[in-house]
Design a protein around this ligand. Structure first.
Ligand code: NAD
Length: 488
């Protein structure tokens, strides 16, 4: 812990001294006013942050518009080289990124060091796609030759949340830049450190002025202004479902194209023929890593009734053993939640669970003292209609619900507003395929936790999102398809 704290100290000093500035058209920018960001670990002041408003967004959008023609015209191989350079710099500064992310968000270092490198991998993957991103095909008809290809849509807005903000920002910004779009990024107001770092890295790597602009600020002013700006052609948004709905309304007048990665209430379904030790490991990992502040977390355990008692007993023991602590302590598995309001929201489900008749088998408390800590919590004896089984809690809180057979498991799994991910544990291949096919979710993992393959599509159905990232799917969002028909 001391070693990590001492490596972090010079970076924090820099932010305290300079503040966290916006970056508009390649220039540091103090914004119209400022706000303070505090660490979830002890509420200490991290820094003063530039607070962008509609006028700052307007300047950033105009810079992105002005930079667009030259960036879009740059040969793909040159965009590829630059994006690889950015990935190199992310790798070089991965330790700094991870330390800052832990301090800013309360996420444990053991996960954030990997998340920083995943940010580099996102840039590398899309760097390699850049040269062929616009490739088209010819579609001959009897009297025409159709030539179809893609062009970048224009300047785009990227709005990101506070959970794993660095990784998520790169996941949006890298494909946008690879496609030839310019970007205005509005990061979450609760976690501005690594967005600033990313913009510095891109500038220092030689990304031309105006290609990536950073405007910090509140959702209701800077965020809103970005979604309403006429020069911004599309909004890639990651956050809560109700914010997605607001953004859709805000963007209606300018006919904004939107891509939404929203909330989840993802089931992990464990059948009695599964490898139960592996299933237990995966169930624990997928809700208690990243503080449970993870869109793809398996927040509902659907457990077959005949193995329920034994599985829940082992699960309770595991949950009670999870190490909660300072996020920069290498042993820590669960750190403090992002901010007080979110902490209180997560804790409110303890009473909701009790009132609705569920059992708190582990956790269910918030330790006294500094920091937004919540003990890893397990609810058992839950029924599918309880609020703890329906609502996204977004903390280290798992709700266990029993089922008797496959049909009941599927009914419970699908009977929620969300449809992001699902996890199925069984050794019956036919059942695995049948259940995966019937689950209402964009992504299913069978006998696995969430392991990302970047060429594969990522995204959700129902209230969990619109559109897909990953592979070529990202380019479909950031680019326009164009067809030219030549009479033959
Ligand atoms: P949030 O919706 O409160 O905020 C996300 C971003 O939207 C922030 O930058 C915020 O300032 C901005 N915003 C808020 N109101 C806005 C408005 N009216 N117009 C424009 N922008 C606005 O979400 P959060 O609490 O920061 O993040 C947690 C949520 O994100 C959870 O629901 C989680 O499931 C979801 N999430 C989903 C995925 C996914 O891939 N599906 C990934 C990560 C997080």
């Amino acid at each position: 812990l001391d070693d990590n704290l001492s490596r972090l100290a010079p970076h924090l000093d820099r932010y305290r001294k300079n503040g966290i500035l916006n970056l508009i058209n390649g220039k540091d920018d103090a914004g119209s006013s400022s706000f303070e960001v505090h660490s979830p670990i002890d509420e200490s002041l991290i820094a003063s942050v530039a607070r962008g408003d509609a006028s700052d967004i307007d300047r950033a959008a105009k810079a992105a518009k002005a930079a667009f023609p030259a960036w879009a015209a740059l040969p793909g191989k040159d965009r590829k080289a630059l994006l690889h350079k950015i990935a190199d710099a992310i790798e070089t500064r991965a330790d700094e990124i991870a330390l800052c992310e832990c301090w800013d968000t309360g996420q444990a270092m053991r996960f954030m060091s990997k998340a920083a490198l995943r940010g580099a991998a996102n840039f590398r993957f899309y760097a390699d796609q850049a040269p062929n991103a616009r490739d088209g095909k010819s579609l001959p008809s009897p009297d025409h030759m159709n030539i179809t290809g893609r062009k970048p849509i224009g300047p785009v807005g990227v709005i990101t949340p506070w959970n794993t903000p660095f990784m998520l920002s790169t996941w949006k910004i890298a494909p946008a830049l690879a496609a030839g779009c310019t970007v205005v990024h509005k990061p979450a107001e609760f976690s501005p450190l690594t967005a600033r770092l990313l913009s510095e890295i891109c500038r220092d790597a030689g990304l031309p002025d105006g290609v990536l602009n950073l405007v910090n600020g509140m959702g209701e002013d800077a965020g809103r202004a970005l979604t309403e700006h006429p020069d911004i052609k599309a909004i890639a948004f990651v956050g809560e479902s109700k914010t997605g709905s607001m953004i859709m309304k805000q963007g209606a007048d300018t006919l904004k194209r939107v891509h939404f990665e929203l909330g989840g209430k993802n089931p992990v379904i464990v059948f009695d023929d599964a490898d139960l030790d592996r299933a237990l490991d995966a169930a624990v990992f997928m809700i208690y890593s990243l503080n449970g502040e993870r869109c793809t977390s398996s927040s509902r355990l659907l457990i077959q009734e005949n193995i329920r008692a034994e599985f829940e007993e082992k699960l309770t023991a595991r949950v009670n053993n999870i190490r909660m602590g300072h996020p920069l302590d290498p042993d820590t598995e669960v750190g403090p939640l992002i901010h007080q309001v979110h902490h209180d929201k997560v804790c409110s489900y303890f009473d909701i669970a009790r009132q609705d008749g569920a059992t708190i088998a582990a956790g269910g408390t918030a330790p006294d003292g500094a920091g937004h800590y919540v003990t890893p919590t397990l609810f058992t004896n839950a029924t599918p209609n309880m609020r703890i089984a329906q609502e996204e809690i977004f903390g280290p809180v798992l709700t266990s619900i029993p089922f008797n057979d496959e049909a009941e498991a599927l009914h419970i799994a699908n009977d929620v507003a969300y449809g992001l991910a699902g996890y199925v544990w069984t050794n019956d291949l036919t059942r695995a395929l049948r259940v995966s096919d019937a689950l209402d979710a964009g992504m299913i993992w069978v006998n696995s936790e969430n392991v990302r393959h970047l060429p594969a599509p990522f995204g959700g159905t129902k209230a969990s999102g619109i559109g897909r990232d990953g592979g070529d799917w990202s380019f479909e969002f950031y680019m326009e398809q164009k067809n030219i028909a030549i009479a033959t």
